[in-house]
Ligand binder design. Structure first.
Ligand code: GAL
Length: 663
């Protein structure tokens, strides 16, 4: 049951391969080591523009042909990348106007990457030409299994404020609003008397001592995302003239979106992600699961997605680049597979000796073959081959959805807000963590996802919501789901205008409450609820109009007034959590929320032992990842694939190890 045209037989394993950094002898060693490790797919050419198109319109294909053939002869598939993330030096020297400009008017200097303005027609022409040349030369090559447009579009050129971008922004606004009256009304430009009388007066939110209109900022985010998506589409249509293989691009889905990934994902035949663990994150294992649950939530039919880049050990761009402990590489990669990735790909194959990322880990580290990292890479390759049968299966259907919307994120992040030091991802992640700790599977989905299959729908800080999405969330409760709305949800409409008459405007009726004033807590301020749960960051003056009070304030300025409410509606219920609960409060509330519902752990296991099930046509597989320092014993029957041993009711998963049981 292969899902679409998956580029490899079984799971994909490999990474970015940059042979241009090395002499030919190393290429031969590379393919030998790739075979030893079982690599079956490499991303080729991703930063090689300047070495292929050596001058304007002059190409050097010789070395590229040679490496393509070498990989092909060795049975290694190619994910062929258009190299447009890194324009050549000759191009930037010839057209410095295509370098992006920041909000304060500084043009980026050449020498980095993704240094191009997404609205530059000159850049678009050059990018299309190199994509076309690659497509023409390798479009029918049997080694080329898929195409990879550019690299992490938006990571470096996510926002450009140059004059060309400003003109493109205006055209985008004209297309969106039709006329100035509509735009002025939507943005509320009467405020500060900013009414526009000509589209030419509209500027991107460039540097200013006073705050810009939040609506303008939100539209600029949308525009920037759309411009980059247009760029993807342009390269894709050039490639599509030469190939029928899947054409995708690598997203950066973790905890904050540069572009609107959920909406982009609808265009991608294979959704691919780059995920890097943040060493300083105290909850890094959960963050990894969270990003994966987001990927599954945006992948087609929740089907397999591709882990396009992660790291074997340290990265090079964090303040302290933490190395992965022994076995952590295996655990990380197999968590991605457990949560729906049919690939474990890395940046990069061989650690660079020179260049900006010379201290980034790789599959072959500086130390070479005789190293912890390479041994674990080989072991991972062998594990993935043993798990080949899971390719094309999907993760068991979750009963819990946590909603995430990029536009809500942007709307909450931009402009003056009642509490500025808030990150959109905090609440979704806090909720997700409570489920993760109990091994209850969660899909993190956009608000327009089909909510029918979920028994519990959590709506954390969905600051911006459309009427349609709010109605579908309400319909989920009517149908029988438990819906939990968190504070700062439903506050503004898609024009970023506050919904009047009491917060949370879009959900007031569903929840049977009305909140008349926000009471954000000062940093370090804490109050308590009558349940004993601690509250930080957020509270509000709430009245229940048609709901029962689940918890109220025991102290603080709102002492005696409600904080958490519940309303029965249709066959389900709608809860409002108007307070910023600490983790223990979220956990305790979660127990009450799942009481009497079908929501349960995949398998009960100790905290730190992650259990996820993948399901295929003829079998299902239980992935058990023991992040802890104690062995874990579980009751399972089946066949363990990594050790190739039968499991007869009792399975011991040693500390730090992974087991996968065909049930
Ligand atoms: C990714 C990027 C790679 C490499 C990697 C380092 O964001 O796509 O090219 O820079 O980060 O962690």
């Amino acid at each position: 049951m292969t899902h679409g045209a998956w580029p490899t037989e079984g799971l994909s394993f490999g990474g970015d391969y940059n042979p241009e950094q090395w002499p030919r002898e190393i290429w031969r060693e590379d393919v030998a080591l790739m075979r030893e490790a079982g690599v079956n797919l490499v991303t080729l050419g991703v930063f090689s523009w300047g070495l292929v198109e050596i001058d304007d319109g002059r190409f050097d294909w010789e070395w590229f042909d040679e490496i393509v053939e070498l990989l092909h002869e060795n049975g290694i598939g190619i994910d062929l990348a258009t190299p447009t993330a890194a324009p050549p030096s000759w191009l930037l020297a010839k057209h410095p106007e295509l370098l992006p400009v920041d909000a304060d008017g500084h043009r980026q200097a050449p020498g980095g990457r993704l240094g191009w303005c997404p609205s530059s027609p000159v850049f678009r022409r050059y990018a299309e030409r190199i994509a076309d040349a690659l497509g023409e030369r390798y479009g029918k090559h049997p080694a080329v299994r898929m195409w990879h447009v550019s690299n992490e579009l938006g990571g470096g050129n996510g926002r450009c404020y140059c004059d060309e971008s400003a003109a493109a922004f205006r055209s985008w606004l004209e297309r969106k609003y039709g006329g100035l009256d509509e735009l002025n009304a939507a943005w509320g430009t009467s405020f500060w008397g900013h009414r526009y009388t000509d589209f030419e007066q509209i500027m991107p939110p460039r540097g200013s001592t006073a705050a810009h209109s939040p609506a303008l900022q939100l539209d600029f985010e949308r525009f920037s995302s759309d411009e980059l998506l247009e760029h993807f589409r342009a390269e894709r249509s050039v490639l599509a003239r030469h190939t029928d293989r899947p054409i995708t691009t690598n997203l950066m889905v973790n905890t904050g979106d540069v572009v609107d990934y959920p909406r982009w994902a609808r265009e991608l035949p294979i959704v691919a992600n780059d995920h890097y663990v943040i060493g300083a994150d105290p909850h890094r294992e959960q963050e990894l699961a969270f990003a994966d649950d987001r990927m599954r939530g945006i992948a087609r039919d929740r089907g397999p997605w591709m882990m396009m880049e992660h790291s074997t050990s340290a990265v090079a761009w964090q303040p302290v680049n933490r190395a992965k402990a022994p076995r952590e590489l295996l655990r990380n990669s197999l968590v991605h597979v457990a949560r729906g990735a049919d690939a474990a790909m890395f940046f990069q194959w061989r650690a660079s000796a020179a260049g900006a990322e010379q201290f980034h880990s790789a599959m072959v580290p500086h130390a070479g073959r005789d190293s912890k990292v390479f041994r674990e890479v080989v072991e991972l390759g062998s594990a993935l081959r043993r798990l080949a049968e899971v390719q094309g299966s999907t993760v068991e259907r979750a009963k819990v959805a946590v909603l995430w919307d990029t536009e809500a994120d942007w709307a909450l992040r931009r402009g003056l807000k009642p509490r500025r030091s808030m990150s959109y991802s905090d609440e979704p992640r806090r909720w997700h963590r409570a489920f993760w700790r109990r091994n209850i599977l969660v899909d993190v989905v956009p608000p327009w996802a089909d909510l029918d299959a979920y028994d519990l729908v959590v709506v954390p800080t969905l600051f911006l919501v459309s009427d349609e999405d709010a109605a579908r969330i309400a319909a989920a409760a009517e149908r029988g789901a438990t819906v939990v709305v968190g504070y700062l949800s439903g506050i503004v409409d898609p024009d970023d205008r506050v919904r009047l008459g009491g917060y949370p405007g879009a959900f007031r009726e569903l929840l049977g409450v009305s909140s008349e004033e926000f009471f954000p807590l000062m940093t370090d301020e804490q109050v308590e609820l009558d349940t004993g749960w601690r509250v930080r960051e957020w509270s509000e003056l709430l009245t229940t109009t048609d709901a029962e009070v689940v918890a109220g304030y025991a102290n603080g300025p709102l002492s005696g007034s409600p904080a958490i409410s519940r309303r029965h509606t249709g066959n389900g219920s709608a809860w409002y959590v108007s307070a910023g609960l600490e983790e223990d409060g979220v956990a305790a509330l979660l127990d009450r929320l799942i009481e009497g519902t079908g929501v349960a752990p995949v398998l009960p296991a100790a905290e730190g032992v992650e259990v996820v099930r993948r399901v295929g046509d003829a079998a299902s597989w239980l992935f058990v990842v023991n992040h802890g320092s104690e062995d874990e014993e579980l009751t399972v029957t089946g066949h363990e694939l990594l050790t190739d041993e039968p499991v007869d009711g009792r399975l011991v998963v040693p500390a730090g190890e992974v087991r996968v049981i065909r049930e």
